[in-house]
Design a protein around this ligand. Structure first.
Ligand code: ADP
Length: 390
């Protein structure tokens, strides 16, 4: 059976067509710069990459283009072969404890959470609506970034802010990257042959978060009400004293919104190093002896290690640390230095395995706590949820 996994952003649409339950990818692609005259549609099919540049006004046109291309390039013979579409939705709030079959009511519920994810949920809804029109007779499922973290207990998800903020406005930690944390931790539990394993997943990409998993359930995670909280990222500051907002707004004559924007877009690797948001440039800078690039790396390593230590204590021990996403899967220097920083917990890195790529154990055989690289696969997770609800 063929399932489409979709990730719609405000000006982009990523998709993957998979055969389930085999979990093989038939084709994948991305439409970028939707809304412009120079939108790009990149399709990978039969090992070939096809790029088209043309005006694409909106998500509805982008979806028509994708659907037509699937037939034109023979990924499918007819639309009836697609039996379900899974949509990534960033914020499910407390309304969605599981993935949901999309109905008019579910769309309205997702819309009701827009205040909690103003940059993401409206775009996700646009994608959902376009696919519901293009494929009206097919089951469509919403898969939320937050669902996996709905198992956190109150002491982990509540802020110590006025309780009424939570009651009135839903101010609490929700956490994100849930499909990735779930995919990677399930894989690790399988490798360890222990469904009760205590696992920490470090999802380190442009966005980055850590998650503590016990008995297959998320018990804590580093992102919060929004993806700004937690460890520093490519351009995000991660945790910072909120009083900084007031100071910088006053000193630079900016609104809180503008300062918040700088914490989201001009901080993290980019802000500290002044070089780049890309970990490859930070590592190059570090190797050249650039002070600020080295500092950006050191802050990153310390903050990740802080979370690992705290999750070790919170879970009462640890079986494995897993690295995933662009940086986690590729940047051996970051894995090496993080594992070195937490070696007191009983983890010993294998320097040879750590230099390799792909799924593998990167700790020594006698390491008490194991360490793994486990490439994430959010699309497979989305497709699995569609199959489950079909
Ligand atoms: P996103 O959050 O956008 O999905 P990814 O998981 O694709 O991000 O991660 C993107 C980041 O991964 C890049 O910004 C880069 O810093 C890092 N990255 C990718 N390839 C490498 C590599 N070979 N070595 C080091 N870092 C890498």
């Amino acid at each position: 059976m063929k399932i489409l996994a979709v990730n719609a952003g405000s000006s982009s649409l990523k998709f993957q067509l998979l055969t389930m339950p085999q979990e093989t990818v038939i084709t994948s692609g991305i439409v970028e710069r939707i809304g412009s005259d120079y939108a790009a549609f990149i399709l990978k099919v039969n090992g070939e990459k096809i790029t088209m540049t043309q005006p694409i006004l909106n998500h509805k046109d982008a979806v028509s283009l994708v659907v037509d291309a699937l037939i034109k390039y023979k990924a499918i013979d007819s639309l009836s072969e697609i039996v379900g579409v899974g949509h990534r939705v960033v914020q499910g709030g407390e309304l969605f404890k599981e993935s949901a079959i999309i109905t008019d009511e579910v769309v309205e519920q997702i819309r009701s959470l827009n205040d909690l994810a103003p940059l993401h949920n409206p775009a996700n809804i646009t994608g959902i609506e376009a696919f519901r029109k293009a494929l009206p007779n097919v089951i469509q499922v919403a898969v939320f970034d937050t669902t996996f973290h709905q198992t956190m207990s109150e002491d982990a998800f509540m802020y110590a802010s006025p309780y009424e903020w939570y009651k009135k406005y839903g101010v609490r930690k929700y956490g994100f990257h849930g499909t990735s944390h779930q995919y990677v931790s399930e894989r690790a539990a399988k490798i360890l042959n222990n469904p009760h394993a205590k696992i920490i997943v470090a999802h380190l990409g442009n966005g980055a978060s850590l998650c503590a998993i016990k008995d297959g359930k998320s018990v804590d995670t580093s992102m919060g009400l929004t993806p700004l909280e937690g460890i520093p990222m490519g351009t995000r500051s991660g945790n910072i004293d909120p009083a900084v907002l007031m100071l910088i707004a006053a000193k630079e004559n900016k609104t809180y919104g503008e300062v918040l924007d700088e914490l989201n877009k001009k901080s993290g690797y980019l802000g500290v190093s002044g070089i780049s948001n890309d970990s490859r440039d930070i590592i190059d800078g570090m190797n050249r002896g650039d002070h600020r690039a080295t500092l950006a790396h050191k802050i990153q390593v310390k903050r990740i290690a802080d979370y690992i230590g705290s999750y070790y204590v919170y879970m009462g021990g640890l079986d494995a640390i897993c690295f995933t996403a662009g940086i986690g899967e590729n940047a051996s220097e970051i894995r090496r230095d993080v594992l070195e920083a937490v070696k007191v917990l009983g983890v010993t890195v294998d320097p040879v395995e750590n230099e390799k790529r792909g799924e593998r154990m990167i700790s020594t055989k006698d390491s008490l706590v194991k360490a793994f690289i486990i490439p994430t696969n959010e699309e497979v997770m989305i497709a699995r949820e569609v199959v489950k609800l079909k």
